[in-house]
Write a protein that binds this ligand. Structure first.
Ligand code: ADP
Ligand code: GLC
Length: 484
């Protein structure tokens, strides 16, 4: 089967979060299953820096807008592990500092950037290979499904192609003025309440939900959650209407990148049956944070995260005093909303020698933190899937998480009687619940045998892409059958 991915991020070319990890790994697993998979990503400045040569496969595709045309090129990114990569080039839209915007906000022409991207992919496949199914991701490539069933509805080579939309995060949506419909050359009859219109704005993600054949999200629990007002970010109604076509498939992770047995960024390798290397990694991590004097009995907690309201750090701020009264060290790596950067910097200044925060994006350090810490903290308010808790388990770093979305699906609570479980979960989203859960973790940490059991339980979990890729494969078959 031929599958085309259109996505705004993909490891190793461009990444702001877990979407990039998924788009980096799932296609390769599908290729291993024998499918022909092609991935299209915008040719951002970040991508240009990673691709040695700008070799055009298509020099110019005309993308019409209301009063003008833009011209996109298709750059050949070559093949890696059986997957073909193409990049949509349009320097005036993609050759920028960041992927989506700066600290002062989203780029105002994102409607045009990702509208062009979606349409360029449709045009490109007509020359480079029409797939059986398009797999689009989040609001950024949602318009591909919309164009395919509207403007391109009568295209003889495209009209039978199926579409799958994966929602990685319903909290990220875009709202544009009604006139954007015309600017994108979409027929006005798409701007209705049951299609693209959303409270008098044009909403890309809503368009994806309405026009894609099947919608998936990245965990089973989140698939249910987004159909409620609490988690649907106002799209719960439309998602409920599409409930029969909405599925939850828990993400896998790429153990080639994230496994302490061969991770290239960490100080020593280790595995469940041979844990010695982890001590060295812990030392190395503490050293990287300028904390060489920490005793073995002191648990090291880590956080690696985008700094965003989603991630639940308000709970941490509200419970900092109680938490940090305990013997522990907290190491934080993150970047994002300035509010949270200030919040963490302020906590660190109140607890010198106990809390250290590094503001920034650092992949190598993220690996060291997974490997070297004892406990990984993810108090997310909501979490569609979450990858860091899954990475943590593989590194014997015990996750403490809020029982929401994918965190609930992937972490099993420690049971002291049966000695089963892989971490600690708190149900209510309150500072007290977080403190209680963490205090339980700290208690178990003192019992070396129990803790090792807990670590090994996590390290033995299999979250590779093998199973989820088969689930996607079944879904692509279903979608292709429906369209044939
Ligand atoms: P989200 O996609 O919501 O940010 P995930 O847990 O799915 O959350 O994925 C986050 C990914 O981004 C992980 O691979 C994580 O290691 C990485 N990451 C997040 N923040 C940073 C950072 N400051 N430095 C390096 N890697 C980071
Ligand atoms: C989003 C979600 C995260 C998920 C990732 C990959 O960024 O916030 O929970 O793991 O996408 O699907």
């Amino acid at each position: 089967m031929q599958i085309v991915f259109a996505a705004s991020e993909c490891v190793p070319f461009a990444k702001t979060g877990g979407l990039a990890d998924v788009v980096g790994a799932l296609p390769q697993e599908l290729a291993r299953l024998g499918h022909k998979v092609t991935v299209y990503v915008p040719y951002y400045r970040q991508v240009a820096a990673k691709v040695p040569e700008k070799k055009f496969t298509i020099r110019s595709i005309t993308i019409p807008f209301q009063y003008y045309n833009r011209f996109a090129g298709i750059v050949d990114g070559g093949e890696r592990d059986g997957v073909q990569y193409y990049f949509v080039d349009c320097p005036e839209l993609f050759d920028r500092e960041q992927l989506y915007g700066t600290q002062s906000g989203e780029y105002l022409d994102n409607w045009e950037r990702f509208g062009l991207f979606s349409r360029a992919v449709l045009e490109a496949v007509k020359q480079l290979g029409v797939p059986d199914v398009f797999h689009v991701h989040d609001w950024q490539s949602s318009m591909l499904s919309v164009y395919l069933r509207t403007t391109y509805g009568f295209d003889p080579v495209l009209k039978k192609v199926g579409t799958v939309l994966t929602i990685h995060n319903a909290g990220y949506q875009t709202y544009y003025p009604p006139q954007t419909t015309e600017k994108l050359l979409l027929p006005w009859d798409t701007f209705t309440m049951d299609r693209l219109e959303h409270y008098d704005t044009l909403n890309f993600l809503k368009g994806g939900i309405v026009y894609s054949d099947v919608i998936t999200t990245v965990s089973r629990r989140y698939a249910k959650e987004i159909q409620t007002p609490e988690f649907g970010f106002t799209l719960d109604g439309v998602l409920l209407r599409r409930a029969a076509d909405l599925r939850g498939i828990v993400n896998g992770v790429d153990y080639e990148d994230w496994d302490p047995a061969h991770d290239r960024y960490i100080a020593a390798h280790f595995a469940a049956e041979k844990l010695d290397g982890k001590r060295k990694c812990r030392k190395d991590l503490l050293h990287a944070f300028g904390m060489s004097q920490v005793a073995d009995a002191t648990p090291v907690l880590s956080i690696v995260s985008r700094f965003a309201t989603q991630k639940g750090f308000d709970l941490l701020a509200d419970s900092a005093e109680r938490l940090l009264a305990h013997n522990m060290v907290l190491l934080v790596l993150g970047t994002g909303e300035p509010y949270y950067e200030r919040l963490f910097t302020e906590i660190a200044s109140r607890y010198p020698g106990k809390v250290v925060v590094k503001v920034g994006y650092d992949n190598a350090l993220a690996h060291k933190m997974e490997a070297g810490a004892d406990i990984f903290l993810m108090p997310s308010r909501y979490e569609p899937c979450g990858l860091n808790q899954i990475y943590s388990m593989r590194y014997g770093t015990v996750p403490v998480v809020h029982a929401t979305g994918g965190l609930d699906d992937t972490v099993e609570s420690w049971n002291a009687v049966t000695k089963t479980g892989t971490g600690f979960k708190f149900k209510r989203y309150t500072p007290e619940a977080l403190v209680q859960s963490l205090e339980e973790a700290l208690r178990v940490f003192q019992d070396k045998d129990a803790w090792q059991m807990l670590m090994r339980n996590g390290m033995g979990q299999d979250f590779s892409w093998t199973k989820p890729a088969k689930e996607y494969e079944a879904l692509y078959n279903e979608v292709a059958r429906r369209r044939s």
